[in-house]
Design a protein around this ligand. Sequence first.
Ligand code: BEZ
Ligand code: FE
Length: 301
Amino acid sequence: MTDIESTNRDDVAQHELESSLTARVVRSFGESPDDRLGFIMTSLTTHLHSFLREVRLTEDEWARGIEFFTAAGHITDDRRQEFILLSDVLGASMQTIAMNNPVVGDATEATVVGPFFTEESPEIPLGGDMAGGASGRPCWVEGTVTDTAGVRLAGARIDVWEADSDGFYDVQYDDGRAAGRGHLYTDDVGGYRFWGLRPVPYAIPHDGPVGELLAAVGRSPMRASHLHFKVTSEGMRTLITHIFVEGDELLESDAVFGVRDSLTKKFVEHAGGSSTPDGRDLGDSAWSSVRFDIVLSSVPS
Ligand code: BEZ
Ligand code: FE
């Protein structure tokens, strides 16, 4: 046998070794009593083995991967969820959201919830201030909540939360403050309005393994400036979304791929001393305003 023939024979044997292992692993999930789980694990192992074989993963790289997941586990606790962060920077969160919130007419698009939502938040009256002492430029936010037929939705609950001008959410401070967060309800004609803060760009938590990964591949941890909304109304699909600031230079490079063109809004800047929509006296302080009309789709029956 020539050298070439023996190399070819070894290659065939190697290919057979690898593909038969994949087939055995995939088959092992074939009898799962839970059909859906069996289907997911079959597909997962098929793609995982393809990936390993495509990149020809070395044993050192495999060990490095295990170290990465171990570090992600160690840094995760009640306040820090490194695995969600990983899902976010891989675009897996946005892909799951895209698939599970299909386009329905002109219903407002959904985007990532992020790690800083809390079930509890102060109730603020219509026109009230959700900043709660958080630093930043005051911003008047107003709009309506309707269904896709344009019917105004009274009594819809709107939760809002955002970072302060230093780029931190209240829950990132150790003093238990509730600031830059609140909830309110739409009025009889589906209208809402409140004072918040003009959003600023900030970095997602990047002092852990996900931050290390981003740095290693030359990616920025910065998120485009945004204000979070969660909107709930009886019989309607709950909407979790943000609005972004038109003209923000980070719109194209948002670390978690959360930006949607339809969610990018014009924030109008107003000089200090100019009159405010509700007569609030802001002294010499400049302020911003934005309109966000929210359209909910109904829950499929
Ligand atoms: C956020 O917008 O709050 C966020 C989203 C994903 C990862 C980190 C933060
Ligand atoms: Fe955020």
